[in-house]
Design a protein around this ligand. Structure first.
Ligand code: TZD
Length: 531
């Protein structure tokens, strides 16, 4: 038995039969005999490979494996790895190293100090000391990546390790390994939290991406209903943790220190589940919370718990905690929170169209099973325009790094063919990992890409106002032929110049299951571009 055979055996043990990657000479000895029960999904750039793997892991709940080319391939992947890390996504990144003999000479394509390269972005980074340790490193990597808090790991493997003999006895043991159970919060602090919620005069619930699962949704709805709590989504969310049309739903908290405090003013207890406290973005100074307010959070991530600037943190599975706290509190016979009026339908004039109008059309065309992947500045307005009724309905780059949405949409669609994916990707965001369109076309992965085209970086134009940075260069994106790009990569694409045409094309694309489609729609520019 070779190290290669053992590697595939360990992957099988964990239900992993897909490898995403981009190969080079260092990786060919792994890939030369891919077993029949495995599939290799080629990405033309490594950020694409990691993005697809990230989406695949999130939607399937199983860790995914990526194979990259040495330091250069790892470097290309690192932007998206920031999203995988922030999103608590279990991805095992392997990369090919020069042979052990040649890397001592810094031969071409040596990954110098390989474990160090990925270290800030992964839970664990290694290059096994002996070839025969590769299967154990892989096994540990898979188990560690999926242990709470989940996250990426990095294993660098020299190219001459693959034909080395593996120890069959060790391999046999590794193929029987499993890690069972997730750490749950202890009872006393949860009882304390439940007591605080019951005693509070005006408590509020804030939810984050890590409770976007069936248990978390059910627990959140039950807790909100029992205590008649208003419910907010924590700033910079990467997933949707609560039904957006539930009467208790208030929307998205802003991402500034002062603005969060303003929005939560009047509440004496803030209960946060499954979110960092908080993932701020724009600089808006102020107090973290109004004086007198208390905050409790539940997270499975000790770092998240410890780095919060305020409050008490309970460490444990936040979805489980929601359910248990909901079971501990009595039903409150008080009036429910004020219901938020949904945004009125947007004016449909154009082209170009307001982002709101594009979202309204998407909302009308989707059904309950549709998954929305967003990498578009207008993401903030989805919360009162999209009707999201099920867990796993929304994904956004968790660290804010662009180039994630397009490949992640492919991975999500590949993992869950029963749900159709609409990827709303800005014309700027599209460019970072545009070659992912080719992978979608080759594997006939039927993502519907919607690209609002405004020929600019509108997000950054907004920030130039907020940060008083007028006359910033480099915010215009003229002459990017989105339909041409998609067509060149093999994805059938159209431009919709009316909202009716957009709706028709969207429905047509959703009805097609034989591969991806792309629809470009003209979007109104940030300022002064009225129709
Ligand atoms: N590079 C990377 C990897 N991630 C980033 N977040 C940015 C640059 C900065 N950035 C944003 O945060 S939004 C944005 C940039 C360049 C503009 C995106 O343009 P778009 O969408 O066309 O996709 P809008 O609606 O025009 O902003």
């Amino acid at each position: 038995m070779s190290v290669r055979d053992a590697f595939y055996d360990v992957l099988r043990t964990h239900g992993i039969t897909t490898i995403f990657g981009n190969p080079g000479s260092n990786e060919l000895p792994l890939l030369k005999q891919v077993p029949d029960d495995f599939r290799y999904v080629l990405a033309l750039q490594e950020g694409v490979a990691v993005g697809i793997a990230d989406g695949f892991a999130q939607a399937s709940g199983v860790p995914s494996v990526v194979n990259l080319h040495a330091a250069a391939g790892t470097g290309n992947a690192m932007g998206n790895l920031t999203n995988t890390q922030s999103g608590h996504v279990p991805v095992v990144v392997t990369s090919g190293q020069q042979s052990r003999r040649y890397s001592a000479l810094n031969a071409l394509l040596t990954n110098v100090d390989a474990p160090q390269l990925a270290r800030p972005l992964v839970k664990w980074s290694t290059e096994p000391l002996r070839a025969s340790d590769v299967p154990l490193a892989l096994s540990k990597g898979i188990l560690l990546a999926s242990a709470a808090p989940a996250g990426p790991v990095y294993v660098s493997i020299p190219l001459d390790d693959w034909d080395h003999p593996a120890d069959p006895a060790t391999t046999r043991l590794l193929t029987r390994r499993g890690l069972h159970g997730a750490p749950v919060a202890a009872d006393p602090p949860l009882r304390q939290l439940a007591g605080r919620l019951e005693a509070a005069g005006n408590p509020v619930l804030v939810l984050g991406p890590d409770v976007d699962d069936p248990v978390g949704w059910a627990g959140a709805v039950r807790l909100a209903d029992r205590l008649r709590l208003p419910v907010w989504v924590a700033p910079s969310p990467s997933r949707c943790p609560f039904p957006t049309r539930h009467p208790a739903f208030q929307g998205l908290l802003p991402a500034g220190v002062g603005t969060v405090a303003d929005r939560l003013a009047g509440h004496d207890l803030v209960a946060v589940f499954g979110a960092a406290v908080f993932r701020y973005h724009e600089t808006v100074d102020g107090e973290y919370l109004a004086a007198g307010a208390d905050l409790w959070s539940v997270t499975s991530d000790p770092d998240e718990a410890a780095r919060a600037p305020m409050g008490h943190a309970v460490i444990g599975d936040p979805s489980d905690a929601l359910t248990r706290v909901a079971g501990l509190v009595p039903s409150r016979a008080v009036a429910g929170p004020p219901t938020v009026d949904h945004a009125p339908p947007a004016a449909a004039d154009g082209p170009p169209f307001a982002a709101e109008a594009i979202l309204d059309a998407v909302n009308a065309a989707k059904d309950d099973a549709t998954v929305i992947v967003l990498e578009w500045t207008s993401a903030d307005m989805i919360w009162d325009r999209l009707d999201l009724t099920r867990p796993g309905s929304l994904y956004f780059p968790a660290s804010g790094g662009l180039g994630w949405g397009l490949p992640a949409a492919i991975g999500i669609q590949l993992a869950d063919p029963a749900r159709r994916v609409i990827a709303l990707i800005g014309d700027g965001a599209l460019q970072y990992t545009v070659s992912g369109l080719w992978t979608a076309a080759q594997h006939r992965i039927p993502v519907v890409f919607v690209v609002p085209r405004n020929d600019e970086y509108a997000a950054l134009k907004q920030f130039t106002e907020l940060m008083d940075a007028p006359d910033t260069p480099g915010l215009e994106l003229p002459a990017l032929d989105v339909v041409g790009l998609a067509t060149a990569y093999g994805v059938p694409a159209v431009r919709a110049d009316t909202l009716d045409a957009f709706t028709t094309e969207l429905r047509r694309a959703l009805a097609a299951t034989d591969g991806p489609r792309l629809i470009e729609i003209p979007q109104r520019r940030f300022a002064g571009d009225q129709p």
